[in-house]
Design a protein around this ligand. Sequence first.
Ligand code: ZN
Length: 183
Amino acid sequence: MSSPIVSKDPHEPALKRAVFFDRDGVLNVDDGYTHRIEDCILIDGAANAVEMVNSHGYLAFVVTNQGGIALGLYTEDDLHAFNQTLFQKIHQASGGVITDAAFCPHHPKSENPLMQHCDCRKPSPKMILDLAQKHNIDLAQSIMIGDRDTDVEAGQSAGCRSVLFNGGRLDDALKPLMSEQEG
Ligand SMILES: [Zn+2]
């Protein structure tokens, strides 16, 4: 490798790129407020998709609306247990790694006024922006994929390339978007 022409601050870490995955309907089958560990079933190609993005130099994150918490259908502990199961299944199947996950526990129809309103529920880009700041992500080099228009809207607002997943194999949906790491 040749030396860069413009010297960079050696203490400033290089920006990384990422794929932000919606969860239900993208990584796991969506039964509507899916939260039981026994209902954690991988979408076809999901484990491969995570490994594929990793191997192309993208960190993998999950950004998920979990309004079932505000509606009292399940708890945050249930959510974390489900995520742990999901991420283990993905890793065991392909070696793919989910680096971090963000969730919105709020819902406009919650009976708890404190859980009704927020600035994180998609289509807000806040969960993506927060993960990007925490992990030093270049959003312009990153991708959001989800199965709803609100996912696409959130990704676009965050400045990511944003893709609607229409079903089928998740790895097939992402394969055309993979490019080699620059620099
Ligand atoms: Zn929220």
